[in-house]
Write a protein that binds this ligand. Structure first.
Ligand code: G3P
Length: 226
């Protein structure tokens, strides 16, 4: 499983990138608003993130345009920021149509706000390189988010969509809306390709009280040896 950071916060991205295990970044309008971002600075902000994580880490930048033509126009503009930009598009009819056009141009799309197996299969068939089902938001409405996302992972894994995506790459499922380290465990066990996690969850993934206690004991005993 690969780990993406789900944030638009430059400090968090720099810190997580320095840990050596980061494989990508996902942003969305809410996350950009949370760091005080302004529309006029959006492309520069995405460029900064791309520069921090490097060319091998995909960075998802979302278009909230509502027509196919506007989504395609935004998608081309976002993809021109850096080669590792992935255009994030909500799952809807116009989004599918725009995804097809962008994928045919070699532009990678992350189809987001995906909640059902049929939505995921349509996204994959339309050429999405990444599909982002949301775990936590299912839990929020008293559904089992893990079970729903596991269904999507299974269904997408049943087929070969590589002929559909930009550049013939294999589609990957990004488990999004992750709220805890336990969500990450469950997503790894179901075989999700990627988990995109908030920085707070990433920090919790590193630690365990027994690890801390073990380090303390080893340090204390090493002092005795010295
Ligand atoms: O990037 C989309 C997703 O991860 C949002 O998560 O916590 O707002 O449901 P959340």
């Amino acid at each position: 499983m690969k780990f993406f950071l789900d944030t638009a916060d430059i400090d968090e991205i720099s810190e997580a990138a320095s840990w050596g295990a980061l494989a990508g970044v996902t942003t969305n309008p809410t996350l950009y608003a949370r760091v005080g971002g302004k529309l006029a600075d959006f492309n520069d902000h995405i460029k900064r993130i791309c520069d921090i994580v490097g060319p091998d880490c995909p960075v998802s930048a979302e278009s909230l345009a509502m027509t196919r033509d506007d989504l395609v126009r935004d998608g081309r503009e976002l993809a021109a920021i850096a080669p590792n930009v992935v255009v994030k598009i909500p799952t809807m009819v116009e989004g599918l149509a725009a995804t097809r056009t962008l994928a045919d141009e070699g532009i990678r799309v992350n189809m987001t706000l995906c909640f059902t197996v049929p939505q995921a299969l349509l996204a994959a068939r339309a050429g999405a390189r990444y599909i982002s089902p949301f775990v936590g938001r299912f839990d929020d409405i008293s559904e089992d988010g893990i079970e729903q996302v596991a269904n999507i992972v299974d269904a997408v894994g049943n087929y070969d969509f590589s002929q559909n995506t930009a550049n013939g790459e294999q589609v990957e499922v990004i488990a999004a809306s992750i709220r805890s380290a336990n969500h990450v465990t469950q997503c790894a066990l179901m075989g999700a390709d990627i988990a995109t996690v908030p920085f707070g969850v990433l920090k919790k993934m590193v630690g365990h009280p027994l690890t801390d206690r073990g380090i303390e004991a080893f340090v204390a005993d090493w002092e005795k040896v010295k």
